[in-house]
Design a protein around this ligand. Structure first.
Ligand code: HEC
Ligand code: HEC
Ligand code: HEC
Ligand code: HEC
Ligand code: HEC
Ligand code: HEC
Ligand code: HEC
Length: 349
């Protein structure tokens, strides 16, 4: 998106779309999945003889996705850069990558394919099977178009990746499957989080993420109606995020963990996840989004999950005082509310 060459490419592409009169396939939305035998969708992203990027793509990395989802591009209504749903002008559920609710973002998931710390990723102490033990050039299990996974610069070199953060080149397709699929928002199924709330299909080991939208049990089928601006989380996302932030589900870390906050390798204690908030020890209420496994609206089965406190893409909230500069991320960590407003929304201390 940043170079003139890319801008030209995009202009050519958008013009191409307009002339072509791209047919919008049903299910999953846009050119993603639900393909018919005579689909036109492949041409939305691929060129057979003249591709500008590997995998026969018209553009590389996040630039490909932003040809349609970028601000003012017109190829999709979900404008993820400004976090606005074009049809209604309402803020998108995922937050924004550049602006959100009209102001500049203060933290985002980086999607430029650069190597970033996936906080909490390293997993098995004293074993060769840490993340980079499998995701390396020999195995080929690396992200599309990117170099290998590495050890975080702040990690201890003696224990590469073990019990500490691993870096990975992150981009849109790390999280979304461009070709569609059975998950909410095309979320990748081939993740391997620490536990799986919902397998799809059962016994496959693949992560299923569902919503309470119309047809949200299987967005790959006709009849699915996406709602990009109202929270409708059902099940699966509570574990999905730990496909990369592996250890953040462990109430007490199974292995000592070097969080790169200056405390090195020690046992870490973490807020409980996937727990109901009403009843129990505290009997809490909240206006933050929860997972609703029964799909019956606000009720006792609703659970706290990653998205209760975080956006998936990026946030515009502010961190000041004690909440400013907290290690290891030193920013607003995709939080939904300024400072520690998320804590007060439930605990009301
Ligand atoms: C929204 C953009 C997009 C559309 C539409 C799209 N692709 Fe892709 N395709 C990609 C990306 C991105 C990759 C690179 C691999 C990855 O990121 O998973 C890819 C990779 C591939 C690959 C190689 C890797 C693999 O998954 O097998 C094939 C084959 C492929 N696409 C075929 C198709 C066909 C056939 C269609 C139409 C039915 C299509 N694609 C539509 C974006 C798209
Ligand atoms: C040719 C245009 C085009 C390109 C390129 C494109 N998209 Fe889309 N995408 C759409 C349209 C149209 C929709 C339907 C919703 C809308 O209008 O925003 C959509 C919907 C989506 C959704 C929501 C699906 C759902 O279940 O509701 C996701 C997630 C998504 N795209 C991700 C991506 C990613 C990641 C890439 C890059 C690999 C990409 N898109 C590239 C046009 C495109
Ligand atoms: C770290 C994982 C991750 C990355 C990277 C990521 N997404 Fe998403 N995306 C999500 C999640 C999770 C949601 C669902 C958000 C929700 O409903 O709260 C989502 C939602 C969406 C949606 C639906 C609209 C919305 O904002 O809720 C679109 C479109 C989309 N993503 C496109 C993209 C594009 C394009 C990129 C790259 C520029 C990208 N995503 C990068 C995880 C990711
Ligand atoms: C494909 C791997 C992957 C998945 C899946 C993933 N993340 Fe991340 N996440 C990363 C990486 C890499 C970073 C560090 C780079 C960055 O800050 O953008 C990161 C950073 C973060 C940060 C800190 C951002 C900052 O700038 O301070 C938060 C918070 C976060 N992720 C939450 C989530 C949540 C919530 C989900 C599920 C919706 C999720 N992640 C899913 C890879 C992932
Ligand atoms: C035992 C080997 C092994 C280990 C250890 C391992 N992975 Fe994987 N990983 C795989 C395999 C195999 C796949 C599936 C690749 C595919 O389907 O193309 C995969 C896929 C993934 C994906 C989905 C990639 C995508 O583009 O869809 C993510 C994210 C991921 N791994 C993250 C991690 C993280 C983070 C760790 C460490 C906490 C880790 N992996 C450790 C073998 C491993
Ligand atoms: C109850 C609210 C809450 C929930 C739920 C939550 N987080 Fe966080 N998260 C925070 C806060 C607050 C921070 C800022 C640092 C801190 O206070 O530890 C943060 C920071 C992060 C960071 C940045 C690195 C760090 O630790 O500072 C990542 C990555 C992250 N969260 C991922 C996740 C994932 C993955 C989940 C789900 C398994 C999740 N979070 C669930 C509140 C939450
Ligand atoms: C969506 C509601 C919700 C939010 C937001 C939330 N909590 Fe909690 N918190 C809970 C619930 C429910 C429990 C009890 C979990 C259990 O023991 O089953 C809990 C337990 C705790 C505990 C007891 C810890 C333990 O190990 O027993 C502390 C401390 C705490 N929360 C602090 C925080 C902080 C700090 C924040 C903000 C980053 C926060 N909470 C945000 C719902 C929430």
């Amino acid at each position: 998106m940043r170079s003139m060459k890319k801008t030209l490419l995009i202009l050519t592409f958008v013009l191409g779309l307009a002339l072509f009169g791209a047919e919008i396939s049903l299910a999953n939305g846009g050119p993603h999945g639900g393909y018919s035998a005579l689909t036109d969708a492949c041409a939305g992203c691929h060129r057979t003889h003249t591709a500008a990027a590997s995998q026969l793509l018209i553009a590389e990395g996040e630039a490909l996705c932003l040809t349609c989802h970028g601000s003012g591009m017109g190829g999709a209504d979900t404008g993820v850069e400004d976090g606005v749903y074009a049809l209604t002008g309402d803020p998108l559920l995922g937050g924004g990558f550049v602006n959100y609710q009209g102001s500049a973002v203060s933290s985002t998931h980086s999607v430029d394919s650069s190597h970033q710390n996936a906080w909490g990723s390293g997993r098995i102490w004293n074993s060769t099977y840490d993340c980079a033990g499998c995701h390396n050039p020999d195995s080929g299990l690396v992200w599309p178009g990117a170099p290998t996974w590495g050890i975080s610069p702040g990690a201890l070199p003696t224990y590469p990746g073990r019990g500490q953060n691993v870096t990975m080149p992150l981009t849109c397709t790390s999280c979304h499957n461009p070709h569609g699929g059975v998950n909410y928002r095309l979320l990748q199924q081939r993740m391997h989080p620490s536990s799986i709330q919902q397998e799809k299909p059962a016994g496959s080991g693949l992560v299923g993420v569902t919503s309470n939208e119309v047809g949200g049990e299987n967005p790959d089928q006709i009849g699915y109606v996406a709602d990009y601006t109202t929270a409708n989380y059902k099940l699966g996302l509570g574990d999905w995020c730990t496909g990369c932030h592996f250890t953040y589900h462990q109430d007490v870390s199974v292995q000592p963990f070097n969080a790169e906050d200056g405390n090195s390798l020690i046992t870490r204690y973490r807020h409980k996840m996937n727990v109901t908030i009403s009843g129990g020890a505290y009997n809490l209420t909240t206006s933050l989004p929860l997972e609703d496994p029964s799909g019956d609206g606000a009720s006792a089965d609703d659970q706290l999950f990653c998205i209760t406190c975080h956006f998936g893409h990026g946030t515009n909230v502010m961190m000041t005082g004690y909440a400013a500069n907290v290690a290891p991320a030193y920013d607003s960590t995709l939080l939904r509310v300024d400072n520690r407003g998320v804590c007060q929304d439930c605990h009301k201390k």
